[in-house]
Design a protein around this ligand. Structure first.
Ligand code: B12
Ligand code: SF4
Length: 458
């Protein structure tokens, strides 16, 4: 049996790539490992010779590369256009192309037009079958992996990607019960919070070469007491294994409510968390279905401080463009970010992503402004306004975003924050790099907004 050659490709993202390194050296921090492809490689039988191609590291010279037997492509919605170009190239050569991931699942009919075979859902239960069919020349047009058995998630192939990324990546849980209206996670990974076996996670951490790691879980600690208990077990096991890694993760604000959890997280190497505050107004949280943040008596500033006391940095995420948002919202978010005391602020435009409740609602209200698909998918990065917002025009909302970032990332503000980190001995260097990186990226974004406005003729 001759070895079969498989390319697993992460199409370049229009806004995020090393090619744009010239525009801002902070771009390095925007290029992340495509973990999906490393997991697929982990599921692939040994008779396949696998290459993972991450176009974000630089444009590959496909004609100079050996012809593969099969190509697998992953894509977020924003990468769909480039995914179709890559698919067309390999199909012209007669190489069968399979596409999977979030966009393929949410926009099945569109994707079917561009590739030979589509895999919807999680891949663990189905990928070996897809490859077997490909080997026999009998690929089906469509496969559905549904939700995987969490114990079947293999160790990702961390050895297959080039070094040079700022962070390694690992996943320890899947699924989220909160089902916020703008997010595709509950629709894609289900409402049940599924946890990988702790020994697998520890073993996989040991395979990661990078010192700094992104834990990609949507919520590393979960929301229920049994979730928290598991997180504590995981952190204990990580500390025992003496991994010598520093990691960042996403969590809900209840992370702050348990001192033991925070102590264990810090011991296990946690150096920062992303927390979705989403809106400074309770009505905003109601609007997007993030009622979890509305729990009575929550003092966000005190919660943030409790986390920071464990030398863990807090990045706060907000959304701009809710129906309740009026002119002035940008400055308001910057003020609230400062008031909560977050170390970094990450603000994104409300974006109807296919497959979400927000998409259904905006579509039915004819509020999707950028809808020349697939071309317009490139703007679905959450860094462009793509909808008709209630009280803000396209130009107006961009101005709000600019005023928010100008305000929060002014040099005096950065120096004040980093100064206080220095004073509290709370990772001042990482905080400085984080703040400068956000500031640098903001400059790239401002240029992108100008191009966007020019192209839209506004
Ligand atoms: C980590 C993460 C990031 C990281 C790293 C991104 C990266 N390059 O890996 C960062 C923070 C950089 C990021 C950025 C963005 N992200 Co993001 N991110 C995630 C997150 C939390 C986890 C992704 C992950 O690694 N999962 C683990 C792997 C193993 O799972 P998986 O990717 O789903 O892969 C499985 C299946 O999908 C399938 N599969 C995937 N690809 C393929 C291919 C083939 C051939 C086959 C057969 C199967 C298959 O098999 C895999 C194993 O089961 C998801 C939410 C989520 N839970 O998925 C959001 C998510 C993917 N992100 C999202 C978005 C919108 C973005 C951004 C566009 C906007 C933003 N600012 O957040 C940017 C784009 C940046 C970029 N580089 O492209 C959306 C995507 C929705 C959509 N329709 O596109 C998600 C779903 C969250 C949400 N809000 O709904 N993200
Ligand atoms: S935004 Fe976060 S909390 Fe809300 S559904 Fe998505 S993953 Fe869950």
């Amino acid at each position: 049996m001759h070895a079969m050659r498989l390319y697993l490709i992460n199409p370049s993202n229009p806004l995020v790539s090393m090619v744009k390194f010239k525009e801002s050296r902070w771009n390095r921090y925007r290029v992340w490992k495509p973990l999906s492809l490393m997991v697929l490689a982990g599921l692939t039988p040994p008779e396949w010779k696998i290459s993972i191609v991450d176009e974000n590291l630089g444009a590959p010279d496909y004609p100079a590369m050996p012809r593969p037997d099969v190509v697998g492509i992953t894509a977020f919605t924003s990468q769909a256009n480039r995914a179709y170009e890559v698919a067309a190239y390999f199909r012209r050569l007669g190489v069968p192309v399979v596409m999977g991931g979030i966009h393929a699942t949410m926009c099945l009919d569109e994707v079917m037009e561009h590739v030979d075979s589509v895999v919807t859902g999680e891949a663990e239960g189905i990928w070996p079958q897809v490859l077997e069919d490909a080997r026999h020349g009998s690929l089906k047009r469509r496969y559905d992996g549904g939700l995987s058995e969490i114990n079947d998630v293999p160790l990702a192939r961390h050895d297959l990607l080039a070094t040079g990324y700022a962070l390694g990546a690992i996943q320890t849980t899947r699924g989220c019960p909160l089902n916020c209206s703008f997010c595709s996670v509950t629709a894609f990974n289900g409402a049940q919070y599924r946890q990988r076996p702790i020994p697998d996670v520890v073993r996989e951490f040991q395979l990661i070469r990078e010192k700094y790691v992104l834990v990609v879980d949507d919520n590393l600690v979960g929301t229920r007491p049994d979730h928290i208990a598991r997180a504590k077990e995981l952190f204990r096991a990580m500390a025992r294994a003496n991994l010598r890694k520093e990691w960042i993760a996403q969590a809900t604000i209840n992370f702050a409510d348990d001192e033991e959890l925070l102590t264990l997280a810090a011991k296990a190497g946690c150096s920062g968390v992303f927390i979705g505050f989403e809106s400074p107004a309770p009505e905003g949280l109601g609007e997007i279905g993030k009622k979890f943040n509305l729990l009575k008596g929550r003092d966000f500033r005190a919660s943030v401080r409790r986390i920071q006391r464990h030398h863990i940095l807090v990045a706060g995420s907000f959304i701009i463009g809710l129906d309740i948002d009026e002119p002035g919202i940008g400055k308001r978010i910057a003020e609230v970010g400062r008031q909560y005391g977050v170390d970094n602020l990450n603000v994104l435009f409300l974006t109807p992503l296919p497959g979400t409740r927000l998409w259904e609602r905006m579509k039915s209200e004819d509020r999707i402004a950028l809808d020349a698909f697939p071309e317009d998918w490139k703007y679905y990065t959450l860094t462009f306004p793509v909808a008709r917002y209630k009280h803000l025009s396209l130009d107006g909302i961009i101005q709000e975003m600019i005023s928010c970032n100008r305000n929060f990332y002014s040099m005096p503000s950065i120096l004040r924050r980093v100064g206080s980190n220095l004073w509290q001995r709370r990772k001042p260097l990482i905080s400085l790099v984080g703040n400068l990186s956000f500031r640098g990226n903001f400059r790239v974004s401002s240029k992108a907004y100008a191009d966007f406005q020019r192209q839209r003729g506004s």
